[in-house]
Design a protein around this ligand. Structure first.
Ligand code: SAH
Length: 402
């Protein structure tokens, strides 16, 4: 018999809408002594079955649902079905023609809270981000190998969110062996080095694939500025797309070095690529003071607001860089601007960008709404999954002074 978590009266509403989280404030009582990550049964105050979930005593998100089906046991075969279903979803996206690397499991949105799995060729990278995913980690590793045929599994369970679950970071080989944690992947015919051990996220920003492709399509003949360039993803796609020049700005020397290696890997060194180690907030001001201008600007900053609590400060940061970018953009120029902050939704982001354009005196339009790729799906029952939002803006000219 599994332990029970009884909710306070009336607090089952979000679960009935199939949202998978139970916050600590909704908990009435725990019956039994579940260990972190153990499967418990969620019940209404009256004792009605709601779901089976992973227990996380250290997190404000006290439980995350595995299944809403009272007939379904949470065991290895359960996880095999869930993993198969996630793999089938990727099959239907038919990405193999454009890349050898993609997200195979996207946590809550694939009904596997806390589990993230990315594929880089024959290597899988796993992140166990919650007590529940940690509890089933060995089982999940075995199943992933069996179901994908991948020979190597690398673990990157070092995201900050693990701390909220009371879990220490863990990285390294989980299954198989690798001569080096550095490997090559490709997307849309461009090759990239991925550093599994030290790279951001699992090594590459797979979520931006389609948007990088879009930039390649827009770049022809344009002087391009790529801010927060990391290892040059957008930069190389712009160069491949025929950009006149590409200046990449990032505060990380390692990221820029990797970007230069990536340029060499694709024979693009001669395509007007320049790399600048700088704080984007400072660099954009310098460019403004030097009266510099561009035809295509990309802003893909890190998460300024992981949760809604930091939204206000983050909004100021987004507005600042977008205002400066609109100033530096020539009429007819494109701004490709993103936020990956969970604490800022698409509507708020659009307001921030609008007010940035106004302050910059830019007459601009939205010509495209951008998001994470389909291998990072968003369950309709879990809107929090929609973390990456972007706008493709076209600057038409300058606004008359008020
Ligand atoms: N667009 C990239 C991913 C960007 S990730 C891609 O498609 O691959 C965000 C990057 O911003 C990281 O490389 C990080 O080093 C950099 N960064 C964070 N804060 C910065 C700052 N204030 N100035 C410049 N770069 C910054």
């Amino acid at each position: 018999m599994s332990a029970n978590l009884l909710l306070k009266p009336g607090r089952e509403k979000s679960l009935l809408r199939r949202h998978p989280w139970v916050f600590s404030g909704a908990v009435q009582q725990i019956q039994g002594n579940p260990t972190p990550g153990e499967t418990i049964t969620l019940r209404t105050a009256e004792g009605q079955f709601l779901a089976r979930a992973a227990y996380s005593p250290n997190s404000q998100i006290r439980a995350r649902v595995w299944t809403f089906d009272p007939q379904e046991e949470v065991d290895a075969e359960f996880f095999r079905r869930r993993i198969r279903s996630a793999l089938e979803q990727r099959q239907s996206l038919n990405l193999s023609a454009v890349t050898d690397s993609l997200r195979l499991v996207h946590a809550e949105s694939d009904n596997l809270p806390g589990l993230v799995v990315d594929r880089y060729g024959e290597v899988l990278v796993l992140q166990a981000l919650t007590a529940g995913a940690e509890y089933w980690r060995e089982t999940l590793a075995d199943l992933l190998q069996e179901e994908t045929g991948a020979s190597v599994l690398y673990e990157r369970s070092d995201a900050d969110v693990r701390e909220l679950e009371g879990l220490a970071p863990r990285t390294g080989i989980l299954r198989g062996s690798l001569p080096s944690p550095r490997l090559q992947m490709q997307e849309y015919g461009l090759k990239f080095w991925v550093d599994l051990a030290n790279g951001h996220k699992t090594g590459f920003y797979l979520d931006q694939r389609a948007n990088r492709h879009l930039v390649a399509e827009l770049a022809q003949g344009r002087e391009t500025l790529n801010c927060f360039s990391y290892s040059g993803g957008f930069s190389l796609h712009a160069a491949r797309g025929g950009a006149k020049s590409v200046l990449s700005v990032d505060s990380s020397a390692e990221a820029l070095a990797l970007g230069q290696e990536n340029a060499a890997l694709n024979g693009l060194q001669a395509n007007g690529l320049e790399w600048l180690e700088a704080d984007v907030f400072v660099a954009l001001r310098k460019f403004r003071d030097q009266n510099r201008s561009w035809d295509l600007i990309i802003l893909d900053p890190p998460k300024f607001a992981p949760t809604a609590a930091q939204a206000e400060k983050a909004a100021r940061g987004y507005k600042d860089i977008n205002r400066l970018a609109f100033k530096l953009l020539r009429p007819g120029g494109f701004l490709v601007t993103f936020s990956c902050s969970g604490g800022i939704d698409a509507a708020l982001f659009q307001k921030i960008v609008a007010s940035a354009a106004l302050d910059a005196g830019a007459d601009a339009q939205i010509v495209g709404h951008l998001a994470q790729g389909g291998d990072h799906p968003v369950s309709l029952h879990f809107p929090e999954g929609a973390y990456l939002k972007g706008l493709l803006c076209l600057k038409r000219g300058v606004l008359p002074p008020p």
